[in-house]
Design a protein. Structure first.
Length: 255
């Protein structure tokens, strides 16, 4: 009996032998942190795809909105009307003549421009908005009808040291600066004391630099500028996003 006991003890194997790796996973904080990190990395994959999809849809929406606005009309900025008055200035130079030992004086005439704002300016803008669709995307656009009227005092540049005889009265014009020329839907003209003057596009380097296109009338009547005068004009825009009106009058009212 005593000889069999050691043999039996050697043959006794526990039914559930402990698994060191499994026990380490269950009890180790480091293992838990690694598992949580792995889960986070796995979950980041679909999240990245979702973010990329949202970003792509956002870019696509902006492209479609820009396409709709380009076809209908962009932002509107209106600046004017402004009286453009040319005047003469003089530049004198002296040149020494070696042969005669005398100075020769030469006077050059230069043309500059004075820009005069209205005394009173009244702008009444009526805006009707609507939504345009392209595919699954949409953009808010509008049609704006503006009635503009005001008055000018008879121009004088004496306070600037410019004599009346140096002003080229018969070459005076009216200017209107604006964006979104293609969005204008009516014939552009200004009525001054009952007489109509058409606006024509005046392309220049300055207009492209300032992002404002320039409209200019033909020459005004010299007799018109001898007294105060009233003006009025109307303009219809197809545009989008916003309307900006620069209050150039000494007194400006907008409604």
């Amino acid at each position: 009996m005593n000889n069999s006991e050691p043999h039996n003890q050697q043959n006794q194997i526990p039914e559930n032998q402990p698994n060191r790796f499994s026990n380490w996973i269950k009890t180790s904080i480091t293992a838990r942190m690694l598992m949580v990190g792995a889960l986070i990395l796995i979950l980041l994959i679909p999240l990245t795809y979702v973010n990329l999809l949202i970003q792509e849809r956002s870019y696509r929406q902006q492209d479609v909105v820009n396409e709709i606005n380009q076809k209908w009309g962009n932002d509107v900025m209106l600046y004017g009307p402004i009286l453009k008055l040319p005047y003469k200035t003089y530049s004198e130079t002296s040149t020494f003549n070696e042969k005669t030992k005398t100075y020769l004086k030469e006077t050059k005439t230069l043309i500059n421009y004075a820009y005069i704002f209205p005394k009173e300016l009244d702008i009444n803008a009526k805006v009707k908005s609507k939504t345009l669709y392209l595919g699954n995307f949409e953009s808010a656009v509008y049609t704006s009808n503006m009635a503009i009227k005001g008055s000018y005092e008879s121009p004088s540049l004496a306070s600037k040291g410019i004599k009346s005889e140096d002003i080229i009265w018969n070459n005076a014009t009216m200017l209107l600066k604006t964006t979104n020329l293609k969005g204008i839907k009516n014939e552009m003209n200004i009525i001054i004391d009952g007489k109509s003057y058409n606006f024509e596009t005046n392309f220049s380097e300055n207009s492209s630099q300032n992002h404002l296109d320039e409209l200019e009338t033909s020459f005004l009547s010299e007799a018109l500028l001898e007294n105060d005068f009233d003006f009025n004009l109307s303009v219809t825009y197809d545009g989008s996003n916003q309307i900006q009106i620069i209050p150039v009058g000494k007194t400006t009212m907008m409604s």
